[in-house]
Design a protein around this ligand. Structure first.
Ligand code: PEP
Ligand code: MG
Length: 921
C-alpha cells in the first residue's frame, strides 16, 4: 500500500515541514501560526512542552468528508508515543499520566475564534493516579472539572449554563465569592455533578477512553474553522476560507500547582506606544484562561523578579532571543510549573500605527532590520490612521452601544468630524465663519458652488454619490472627513432636516461623522488630533521611503534604460494647498484645477457675464478683468513650489456649472409673473433663456475640456497668458519655475493641433515680451479611451500625459462617476461582479490596460514623455503599485494623501526592484 501523506509533524520536525512546504511562509500555512511558532522555538532551544501539529491540509480533507484522512490517526498515535518518551509520561496511564491540550492555530491569528480543549487524558482512574503523583487533589479535581466543562461546551456545543448553573449553585450554597474558596471536596462533588449534567445533555457518559477524547477534540477544532464566529471574523479581516486550521497537541504544563507555579502573557515592547519595554501580566498559581478572563487581578510582569527571580531572568533572556530571532515584537504566553519556565506561544504582536512606526525605526537603529524592511513593515493604512483626527475608540464603541449610531455610507475621506448640521453651503459657511460653530454640511450631493461651504465645514455628509463624486473628490483634496452615499438618510433641504426612519436631526443638531469607517452618529464623540510636523518618527520613515523609491536603478524601461521609482506630486488649487503639499513631501503639483478659482465670490459674477457675452470682444473684456487675479493665483503656486514642476489644467467643466441653478431661477421667474412683479423680471427671463441654451442632456460628455477651449478660445488664451506672466514675474524674483500647461479631455490629436499652437504662441510672446527664459511643457490629460488608444499620435504634440482616471474609469466602464455607487456599484462589489469599487481602486484589466498601452505607444513617439496620474487613484496604494509597474514617472494626489503615496511608492519600488516595466502584448 502506498504510504499515506504526512499529516502530522512533531515540533522538532520543523526541517521536514520546511522541506515539504518549500518556504517558511509555506510552513506557516501548513502548521499554522501557533504550530510553526512552537516548532521554531523548539529548534531554537527554547523550553517548549513536547507536542505535535496536525496540518491544515488534514483539516481541509476533514472538511470535505467529515473523516480524518487516511493515515492521520495512526500518525497522531505514533507522534504521541514520541511525546510520551520526551515527557517521561504515558497518555492514559494511572501511575504517571500524560495530559495534553488540543489547540487550534490557523496561518493568521484569529484570537478566540476557534476551539481549545485543555487537560485531555484525565478520566476517573487517571485522576486517582494524578492525585498520588501530585499530592494535590484540589488541583486534580479542578483540572478534571475543567476538562468535562470544556468538552461539553466546545466539543458537544452545550450551552454555557449547563455547567455554570451547578457551579454558581454550589458557590451560593457555601457562601463563596471566588473560585479560589472552593475546597477539594467541593471540586470533587462538582466533578460528579458535571458528569451527570454531561450525561443528561449528551445521552451518554463523559468519555473515559482518553484516545476517544483526543479524537473528538481534534475533530471539534477542525469543525470550529467553520463555526459562525470564525467565519464572521474571516469576512471582516479578509482571511481566506480555504486555509483551514491546524491542531496542536501539546503536553500540559500547569501553572496552578502551588505558589512556585504561575502563568502569564506578555509583549516584548509596548504595543500601543512602541516603547522598548516588556509589558505583560501574570498570575501565581493559576491556569492560562484565568489571566485572560480577568477574574483575578493580575500582577505586572516586572514583579515576577521578586517572586521567582530565576524564572524571570530566564524569561527575559528567552523573549530577547525570540525578538532577535523573529526580528519583530513578540506576543508570548508562558507557564511556570514548579519553578520551571515553559513557553507556550510566540507570535508577531499586533500594534497601533504609532507603535508600528516607532518599532520599525528602533529595530533598524538596533541593527535588527534594514531600512527596506522597516519601510515595508509600515502599512499605508498606518500612515493614514496617524494623519487624521480620529474618534476615541472607546467612546465610539460606547456610542454604538448607547444607540447613537445613525447611518453608514462610503468612507470617502478619512478622519473624524464632529459638528452641527446645516443643509446648504451658505448657511454652513455663515455658521462656521460668523457664529464660530463647528459645522457638518449635509447635502443629498454637492456641486462646485458648494465648495465654500465644504471648506468651512469640519465634515461633509451626503446621501447620494460615491467615492469619486464631487463631494468625495473635494473633501479628500481638502482633507475634510467625508461620508457620501449614506442612502438610509433622507435629506430634506427645504425643511432643513434629515431623517433615518423616525430619527430626525434638525439644522443645528450635533452629529459625528467618521470618514474612516463611513459611520455616522448622533451627538458628539470625542476626537484625538494629528499633526505631521509632530510625527517625528513618521517623518524619518517617509524620508527612508523617498530614498528607496528614488534609487536610479529601480526600474528598467522597455528600451533597456534604467529609471527610478515613482515620485509623489499633489493636486492643489491654491497656494496654501501647495505649501501644505510641499510640507507633506510632494515633489510637484500634478493638477491645479483652475476652475475652482472662478468660483470665488468676487469672481463668479464676472465669470457669468463672460459666459453670457455675445461677442468675442465683450468676452475678452470680462476675461481681462479676471486676468490679474488668475495671475496672482499662479504666482502664489509657483512661489510655493519653487524649483518643482507645477501642472496647471486649463478650464474643464461645462459652463452651466458656473451659472445660477436653472430650477431655482425658473421658480423665481414664475413667482414674479404670478405676483405681477416686473422690476428685474426681464433680466431674469433673459438669464433663464441663456442658461437653458447651455443645457445639455449629458453635460459630462458635452461641451467641456478641450472642446470648450476650441469653442471659446478666449478663456484658455487668458489662462495661458496669466500662467506665463506669473512665471515670468517669479523668474525675475529669483524663483525657479517649471510650468506645465495641461489640456483636458482630449480625444483626438486634431484637437491639440487646433488649440496648442495658439497657446504656445501666447507663451512665447510673453517670454519674449518679458525677456525671460524658463523651461515649460504643454501636455494633455488622458481621460477618454480614444486618447489612450491613439496615444502614439497624441504624443506628437503632448510633451506629457496625465491620466485623469476619474473620467477614464467613467468612460471606459460607461458608469456615471456621480451616480454609479448609489445605483448599482455597491451591489456589484457585494456580488463580486467587480472585485472593488473602480472609482477607488484602479481596474487594472481594463482602465489600467489602456494606461499601459498609452504609455508604451506614447513613449515610442516621444521616449522622454513624462507620465503621471491625477485622478483619485493617485492616492490609492493598489493603484499606485500599478502606476509603478507600467512606468509612470509620478502619481499626484490630494496633499493629505501624499505621505501615504510616498510610502506606497517605496513599497512598489521594493516589491519590483530592478524589474523590467511590464509591456503590453
Ligand atoms: C479625472 O478625470 O481623473 C480628473 C483628474 O479630472 P476631474 O476629476 O477634474 O474631472
Ligand atoms: Mg477629468
Amino acid at each position: 500500500m502506498a504510504e499515506s501523506k504526512k499529516w502530522v509533524y512533531l515540533f522538532e520536525e520543523v526541517a521536514a515541514a520546511e522541506k515539504n512546504a518549500g518556504s517558511w511562509e509555506g510552513v506557516r500555512g501548513l502548521l499554522g501560526g501557533k504550530g510553526s511558532g512552537l516548532a521554531d522555538m523548539t529548534r531554537a532551544g527554547v523550553p517548549v512542552p513536547p507536542g505535535f501539529t496536525v496540518t491544515t491540509e488534514a483539516c481541509n480533507e476533514f472538511r470535505k468528508t467529515g473523516q480524518f484522512p487516511d493515515g492521520q490517526w495512526e500518525q497522531m498515535l505514533t507522534a504521541l508515543k514520541v511525546v510520551e518518551t520526551q515527557a517521561g509520561k504515558k497518555f492514559g496511564d494511572q501511575s504517571n499520566p500524560l495530559l495534553v491540550s488540543c489547540r487550534s492555530g490557523a496561518k493568521f491569528s484569529m484570537p478566540g475564534m476557534m476551539n481549545t480543549i485543555l487537560n485531555i487524558g484525565l478520566n476517573d482512574k487517571v485522576v486517582e493516579g494524578m492525585i498520588k503523583l501530585t499530592n494535590n487533589p484540589r488541583f486534580v479535581y479542578d483540572s478534571y472539572r475543567r476538562l468535562i466543562e470544556m468538552f461539553g461546551t466546545t466539543v458537544f456545543n452545550f450551552g454555557d449554563e449547563v455547567f455554570e448553573h451547578p457551579m454558581s449553585e454550589i458557590k451560593a450554597r457555601k457562601g463563596y465569592k471566588l473560585d479560589t474558596e472552593m475546597t477539594t471536596d467541593d471540586w470533587k462533588a462538582l466533578v460528579g455533578t458535571f458528569k451527570e449534567a454531561f450525561k443528561k445533555q449528551a445521552g451518554f457518559d463523559f468519555p473515559q477512553d482518553v484516545f476517544k477524547q483526543m479524537e473528538l477534540a481534534t475533530k471539534a477544532v477542525f469543525e470550529s474553522w467553520d463555526g459562525k464566529k470564525a467565519v464572521d471574523y474571516r469576512r471582516e479581516t479578509k482571511i481566506s476560507d480555504e486555509l483551514g486550521t491546524a491542531v496542536n497537541i501539546v503536553t500540559m504544563v500547569f501553572g496552578n500547582m502551588g505558589d512556585d507555579s504561575g502563568t502569564g502573557v506578555a509583549f516584548t515592547r509596548n504595543p500601543s506606544t512602541g516603547d522598548k519595554k516588556m509589558m505583560g501580566d501574570y498570575l501565581l498559581n493559576a491556569q492560562g484562561e484565568d489571566v485572560v478572563a480577568g477574574i483575578r487581578n493580575t500582577d505586572q510582569i516586572e514583579n515576577l523578579i521578586k517572586t521567582m527571580p530565576e524564572a524571570y531572568h530566564q524569561f527575559m533572556q528567552i523573549t530577547g532571543k525570540l525578538e532577535k530571532h523573529y526580528k519583530d515584537m513578540q506576543d508570548v504566553e508562558f507557564t511556570i510549573e514548579r519553578g520551571k519556565l515553559w513557553m507556550l506561544q510566540t507570535r508577531n504582536a499586533k500594534r497601533t500605527a504609532k507603535a508600528a512606526i516607532k518599532i520599525a525605526i528602533d529595530m533598524t537603529n538596533e541593527g535588527l532590520i534594514s531600512k527596506e524592511e522597516a519601510v515595508l513593515r509600515v502599512t499605508p493604512f498606518d500612515v493614514d490612521t496617524l494623519l487624521h483626527p480620529q474618534f476615541d475608540e472607546k467612546a465610539m464603541l460606547a456610542a454604538e452601544k448607547s444607540g447613537a449610531y445613525y447611518s453608514i455610507g462610503v468612507n470617502a475621506s478619512p478622519g473624524a468630524a464632529v459638528g452641527q448640521v446645516y443643509f446648504d453651503a451658505d448657511t454652513a459657511e455663515r455658521m462656521a465663519k460668523q457664529e464660530k460653530q463647528k459645522v457638518i454640511m449635509v447635502r443629498p450631493f454637492t456641486k462646485p458652488d458648494d465648495v465654500h461651504g465644504m471648506i468651512a465645514s469640519q465634515g461633509v455628509l451626503t446621501s447620494e454619490g460615491g467615492a469619486s463624486s464631487h463631494a468625495a473628490v473635494v473633501a479628500r483634496q481638502f482633507g475634510i472627513p467625508c461620508v457620501v452615499g449614506a442612502s438610509s438618510i433622507k435629506v430634506d433641504v427645504e425643511k432643513c432636516r434629515m431623517s433615518v426612519d423616525d430619527k430626525v436631526v434638525e439644522a443645528g443638531g450635533w452629529i459625528s461623522v467618521d470618514g474612516t469607517t463611513g459611520k455616522v452618529f448622533i451627538g458628539r464623540i470625542p476626537t484625538v488630533e494629528a499633526k505631521i510636523e509632530e510625527q517625528t518618527d513618521l517623518l524619518i520613515l517617509l524620508g527612508w521611503a523617498d530614498e528607496l523609491a528614488a534609487r536610479e536603478d529601480i526600474r528598467i524601461l522597455p528600451d533597456g534604460r534604467k529609471a527610478p521609482g515613482l515620485q509623489v506630486w499633489a493636486n492643489a488649487d491654491y497656494p496654501k494647498d501647495a505649501q501644505r503639499a510641499r510640507s507633506y513631501g510632494a515633489r510637484g503639483i500634478g493638477l491645479c484645477r483652475t476652475e475652482h478659482m472662478f468660483f470665488e465670490t468676487e469672481r463668479l459674477p464676472i465669470v457669468q457675464k463672460m459666459i453670457l457675452a455675445e461677442t468675442s470682444e465683450e468676452r475678452t473684456g470680462y476675461l481681462n478683468q479676471l486676468l490679474p487675479t488668475q495671475r496672482k493665483d499662479f504666482d502664489g503656486l509657483f512661489e510655493a513650489m519653487n524649483g518643482y514642476p507645477v501642472i496647471i489644467r486649463l478650464i474643464d467643466p461645462p459652463l452651466h456649472e458656473f451659472m445660477p441653478d436653472e430650477e431655482k431661477l425658473f421658480e423665481e421667474v414664475v413667482t414674479m409673473r404670478v405676483k405681477g412683479e416686473t422690476k428685474g423680471l426681464k433680466e431674469k427671463e433673459d438669464l433663464l433663456a441663456s442658461i437653458k441654451s447651455l443645457h445639455e442632456s449629458n453635460p459630462m460628455m458635452g461641451l467641456r475640456g478641450v472642446r470648450l477651449s476650441i469653442a471659446m478660445p478666449e478663456i484658455v488664451e487668458m489662462q495661458v497668458r496669466a500662467i506665463f506672466e506669473a512665471a515670468a514675474d517669479c523668474t525675475k524674483r529669483g524663483i525657479v519655475v517649471k510650468p506645465e500647461v495641461m489640456i483636458p479631455l482630449t480625444g483626438t490629436v486634431k484637437e491639440l493641433e487646433w488649440i496648442q499652437p495658439r497657446l504656445v504662441r501666447i507663451a512665447n510672446s510673453v517670454t519674449e515680451e518679458k525677456r525671460v527664459n524658463f523651461h515649460y511643457k504643454f501636455g494633455t490629460m488622458i481621460e477618454i479611451p480614444r486618447a489612450a488608444v491613439t496615444a502614439g499620435e497624441i504624443a506628437k504634440l503632448a510633451e506629457f500625459f496625465s491620466f485623469g482616471t476619474n473620467d477614464l474609469t467613467q468612460m471606459t466602464f460607461g458608469y456615471s462617476r456621480d451616480d454609479a455607487e448609489r445605483n448599482f456599484l455597491v451591489t456589484y462589489v457585494a456580488e463580486k461582479i467587480l472585485p472593488s469599487n473602480p472609482f477607488q481602486t484602479l481596474d487594472r484589466e481594463g482602465v489600467g490596460k489602456l494606461m499601459q498601452m498609452a504609455i508604451n505607444d506614447g513613449r515610442k513617439t516621444r521616449p522622454e514623455l513624462e507620465v503621471g496620474i491625477c485622478g483619485e487613484h493617485g492616492g490609492d496604494p493598489d493603484s499606485i503599485e500599478w502606476c509603478h509597474m507600467i512606468g509612470n514617472n509620478y502619481v499626484s494626489c490630494s496633499p493629505f494623501r501624499v505621505p501615504i503615496a510616498r510610502l506606497s511608492a517605496a513599497h512598489s519600488a521594493l516589491k519590483f526592484s530592478g524589474k523590467k516595466i511590464a509591456e503590453d502584448k
